[in-house]
Design a protein around this ligand. Structure first.
Ligand SMILES: *Cc1c(COP(=O)(O)O)cnc(C)c1O
Length: 418
């Protein structure tokens, strides 16, 4: 991977025609060490948040030896870039073939399930293996999360005891409970509440869990969504675990995705046209800005400019709100923002969009001939950080924060015209 000291150095050296994703391995390394130092159990990285080889390699080099995977291609990626790592196949719905490939070809022993049918399938596809770790995914309330992950998966409280009992009987190895409080969870107590729900299901089933897996959901920091400190989340989990009916050897696991990678990538996009306060960029909804469209997240931005004499600088000055359009012909390819940039944005300028390490660069498609993105490494700090890395706070004027919060809450509703 090519390396520049800062994004500005790249802009100075050449005007990239295609979007450029910036990789900040140091930010991933710091987050990985923070989780290992502060979470009192095993940390599984949820690969779907960002499956880039540099992410997997950086995590492995910084002590993360466990990965949460959801498909055979993810398993193959982990096997290649973090050889010897332990994997947990945490997708509650898997094909028979992917279960047997995971078990027989890749040594995967841990499988999630949320129905009796999936349990039977796992047993069948592994030839009734005796060394399975079975994780029962519970449906829990997703209060305080920007994204619910409970609508699709998770056994409900009523049916959980019976399924826990069946899983307990099906293996001599580990039987565990897992849940996901929802992604970008803004409320630390959501974990304690979910653990208490898991505890009730275990008590009703009359079984002990060998593993309590609190899932992902740990937040990052975005404009208008500044969460409590991660330490508060760890405290909530400690309290939840202390209150659970578990035995002395019960293991605690977590599956962070976003929190390990969000701040580690930004994307450099080019302004191809300006129409008033609308900027037409060379990246969009079908590229790394899925969340900027579908959940209307206003990511932090910086304006970089290459001058005629070959010099480059970050343009500063009074900010005004812009909206973005991506390069495809689909009118859905629209990011309402507002994104706060200086008044004199021009064609040929570059907009660096921050905090796209999780579910950003990972969402890229090839739709309409776009999506070809190169990745380069940089040394500058992320635009914002949960780990004290950022040099400055998110560049959103204070008076506008209120506006931004409102917009992100008004998800799905039509945006008011200015
Ligand atoms: C997506 C996912 C995660 C990671 O969630 P984050 O909100 O990114 O931390 C963890 N576990 C499972 C089962 C998931 O589907």
């Amino acid at each position: 991977m090519h390396r520049y000291h800062t994004p500005l150095d790249l802009v100075r050296e050449r005007s990239p025609e295609r979007p450029v994703a910036f990789a900040r391995p140091d930010a991933v390394a710091l987050a990985a060490r923070w989780f290992q130092d502060n979470f009192k159990g095993d940390v599984f990285y949820a690969v779907k948040a960002n499956p880039s080889p540099w992410v997997l390699e950086t995590l492995a080099a910084n002590g993360v030896r466990s990965f949460d995977v959801a498909s055979v291609p993810e398993i193959e990626l982990v096997a290649k870039h973090a050889p010897g790592a332990r994997m947990a196949f945490m997708h509650p719905v898997k094909s028979r073939r992917s279960i047997s490939t995971a078990y027989f070809d890749h040594g995967v022993r841990t499988f999630a399930l949320d129905t009796h049918e999936e349990l039977a399938k796992i047993l069948d596809a592994t030839g009734h293996a005796k060394d399975l770790n079975l994780m029962v995914r519970l449906g829990v309330a997703a209060e305080g999360a920007a994204y619910s992950l409970s609508g699709k998966f998770g056994v409900d409280a009523h049916e959980a005891p019976d399924l826990l009992l069946a899983a307990r009987r099906a293996t001599q190895e580990l039987m565990g409970v897992s849940f996901h409080v929802g992604s970008q969870c803004m409320r630390p107590t959501a974990y304690q509440a979910a653990m208490s729900q898991a505890s009730r299901a275990l008590v009703r089933a009359g079984v002990f869990a060998d593993v309590v897996d609190v899932g992902g959901g740990f937040p990052s920091v975005y404009p208008g969504m500044v969460p409590p400190a991660l330490a508060d989340y760890m405290d909530s989990i400690d309290r939840g675990f202390a209150e659970m009916m578990v035995h002395e050897t019960t293991e605690l696991w977590c599956e962070p995705g976003r929190a390990l990678v969000a701040e580690a990538s930004s994307v450099l996009t080019a302004v191809e046209l300006r129409k008033g306060d609308a900027l037409y960029l060379n990246d969009g909804s079908y590229g790394s800005l899925f969340d900027a469209t579908h959940t209307k997240w206003p990511f932090p931005v910086k304006l970089l400019r290459r001058e005629a004499d070959g010099s480059a600088r970050e343009v500063e000055g009074p900010l005004k709100p812009y909206r973005f359009y991506g390069p495809t012909c689909d009118s859905l390819d629209h990011m309402p923002g507002p994104f706060w940039l200086p008044e004199d944005v021009r064609e040929g300028d570059f907009v660096e969009i921050g905090m796209l390490g999780a579910y950003g660069v990972a969402m890229n498609t090839r739709f309409n001939g776009f999506g070809d993105t190169e990745t380069v490494a940089v040394d500058d700090p992320p635009m914002a950080s949960m780990y004290g890395l950022a040099r400055r706070s998110i560049p959103v004027p204070r008076t506008e924060t209120h506006n931004v919060v409102k917009l992100s809450r008004a998800r799905g509703k039509k945006r008011r015209r200015r």
